[in-house]
Each structure stands twice: as structure tokens, then as C-alpha cells.
Design a protein around this ligand. Sequence first.
Ligand SMILES: Cc1cc2nc3c(=O)[nH]c(=O)nc-3n(C[C@H](O)[C@H](O)[C@H](O)COP(=O)(O)OP(=O)(O)OC[C@H]3O[C@@H](n4cnc5c(N)ncnc54)[C@H](O)[C@@H]3O)c2cc1C
Length: 398
Amino acid sequence: MDLRYSDSDERFRAELRAWLEDALPSLPPKPGQDNWPARRAWDTRWQQMLFEAGYAGIDWPSEVEGRGATPTEHLIFLEETERAGAPYVGVNFVGLLHAGPTLIAEGTPEQKQRHLPRILRGEEVWCQGFSEPGAGSDLAALSTKAVRDGDHYVVTGQKIWTSFAHVADHCELLVRTDPDAPKHKGITWLIMPMDAKGIEIQPLRTITGSTEFSQMFLDEVRIPVENRVGEENDGWRVAMVTFSFERGTAFVGELIRTMSLVEHVAGLAQRIPRGDGKAWDDPGLRRDLGRIAAELDALWALTRRNVTQAERGTGVPGLGGSVFKLAYSEVRARLGDLTMKLLDRAALGMEDVGGIESGIHVERWFQSMSLTIAAGTSQIQRNIVGERILGLPKEPAV
Ligand SMILES: Cc1cc2nc3c(=O)[nH]c(=O)nc-3n(C[C@H](O)[C@H](O)[C@H](O)COP(=O)(O)OP(=O)(O)OC[C@H]3O[C@@H](n4cnc5c(N)ncnc54)[C@H](O)[C@@H]3O)c2cc1C
């Protein structure tokens, strides 16, 4: 294993850095949080700029218009875009970070050609229709049903917490195709066009005030059989492929952003008055922040090791994503708690107080809680790590 960057990696970095320096100043300000058509246009415009410059889908195959480069170059891309303050994936999250990679691993040649280039060019936005009111942690309990009618599936049921549903063109959808089979065996993974008849979307407001996710009611939605990914009733296995991307690689960009956030919080501590000096004078705070920084460094080393291994292997990350997702989201939540303690009374509202940019940190703290829930809660990741990686006995069924 070699964790150093090669000369060609460093050339890639230098070219990208130069491109970012030119491209970023041309971006207009980002639209407000609930102006979704404008947000979609802004996020997809950035994606289009990346595509035109050859920086979309760095590690996606060239047959589908990706760059066909190494996962290490993808990490460099994430490092450099964060360093330059470039936009994050936004509404393109699902398509780029887990639906697209699932199609690369499991889609038919037609599905790959139809969707992957359009995702990379910013022409197609995706959402994820996995969770239901009675099937979140116990996802295999889902009851949205799909009944075969000739060359279509007819889908009826309800999905919840569907991020970006109202701006998406397609949805990665899990449905029950065999109600009599054991619960993990009767599920199918479908591509649902969001303009199909019978889809009703109702926005839900998050704790930060955003309407980024919705509940979806599906009433006899007709989905062509050719939109099935994997075999009928083999959707649980395909969903595990999706999760291995969603819990593993999809969080790497977040990790890099959090490493920058630690620097920012340290800077904040050096400005916030406390007693006769500054908050930074407290050795306890410096120790806690240092520990978080060290844990993030360790996760970065783990990521680079995983990427090095993936470059030699199948390209599908595997169960290790649960270790990463669990450790990352927990350390991120601790950083949020520490920041709130640092802000003290300024953390009581979302308005900036005393010339300190407290509002954005309160918002980030709220967001940090959602990371321990989205893509499977920390408790569920612990069960996976315990039972499926460490081989511990299964938890008692209730
Ligand atoms: C910001 C955000 C975005 C999301 N986006 C999407 C999306 O786009 N598409 C989508 O399909 N879903 C999405 N989700 C939903 C997410 O996947 C679920 O919220 C998550 O899987 C938990 O399910 P639940 O909310 O039903 O909680 P529940 O399953 O009801 O869990 C409640 C509590 O019980 C605990 N618990 C449950 N079972 C066990 C067990 N066996 N052992 C120990 N503890 C247990 C859980 O850990 C949790 O603390 C999103 C969630 C968030 C927060």
C-alpha cells in the first residue's frame, strides 16, 4: 500500500487548482434555501461547468462520459474543491454519489447510457425513495407494492424523507414485488421517472427551516419493466450496493469539509472573549478540539487506505462504509456540541450575536444531528458493524 500521491496525481492537482481559480469567480451568488427551481438551476450549472472542463465523474468510466481516472484523483478533486471553497454537490447528491455508482455496478448497458452521461452533465437530478413511515431502520419491512401488468410495474404506496423529490427527474425506488416471500427476498429496485402520473409530493420542513425533503404518495404509478435494476425480487442485494456507496464514498466530501470546519472553529475560539481573555485560553477546549482533529485525520487516513484498496478491487466499497459513516457522523456531532458550548449564549438563536457568525454554526449543529440519522442511524450502523463485520451474535428480535 502506498499512501503518497504520485507525480501524475500532483499534476492533476495543479491543473485542477488552476481551473478552479478561473472558474469560481464567474459563479453568481447561491439562491435562498427554499427557492428550489433556482437552487436546481444553480447546482446543475456548476455540474455542467465541471463536465465541460472534464472534472465530472472523475472515477466514472469514459464510456459513460466520465473521466475514467483513479479514485485517488477523485479524492484530490474533493480536497481541492473544498480548499478553493467550490460548491458541494447540492441537488446532484443522489445521482452523483449513489444512484449513478449503483447503475455503474448493476445497471444494464441501456440504463447506463440513458442516465449516466445526463447525470454527469447536470441534466438529470435524482432522489431516493427507500424510507417509508413503517420502514426506516427496518427498511426491509417496506410495503409500497408493485404489481406486474404486462411490460409495466404498477406501484402504490408511500415514501417519506425523500430528499430533493420536488426537483428530481428520477427516483431510485424500492418496492415490494412478492408479498409472500420473506421480507428481504420480495423487494425490487426500480428507476421511477418523477413525471409519471400518480406521484404526489408534499414538502416536509426540517429543523433548519428548509424544505429539502418531502413525503411522496404513489397511486398506481406505471413504471416500465426495463427500468428495473437487477432481477425482480433481488432489490435488497442491489440496495446494499447503493448503501455501500451512500455510507462510504458519499461521505468523503463531508469529511473534508469538516476538517476545514475544525480550523474555522479554532479561529472562532481565538476571537470569542471569555473571562479576561479569549475562549481559546481554555486548555480543555483546545484538548477536545485537538482530539476531534486527530480523529478526522485518522478517518482521512482510513479513507485513503480504502480508496487504495478499491483501486485494486471491484470498485464497490463494501461494509466498511458503515464503520466510516458511524465514526464520521459521531465525531461531526461532537464538533457541533463543542461549537455550541463555545458560542455559549450566542447559540440560543440563529441570529449572529456580537459580530460573531454564530447563526451558521447553530444551523450546522442542527445539520450534524441529521448525519447520525440519514443513510441509516448510528444504532443501525453499530448493529451492522457488530453482527456483519465483527461476527457478534445477532440482536434479539422484538
Ligand atoms: C437529512 C435526512 C435525509 C434523508 N433523506 C432520505 C432520502 O432521500 N430517501 C430516503 O429514502 N430516506 C431518507 N432519509 C431517511 C433515513 O434513511 C431514515 O430516517 C433512517 O433510516 C431512520 O429511519 P426512521 O426515521 O424511520 O427511524 P426509526 O427506524 O423509526 O428509528 C427510530 C430510532 O430507533 C432506533 N432503532 C430502530 N431500530 C433499531 C435496532 N434494531 N437497534 C437499535 N436501535 C434501533 C433508531 O436508531 C432510531 O434512533 C433521510 C433522513 C434524514 C435525517
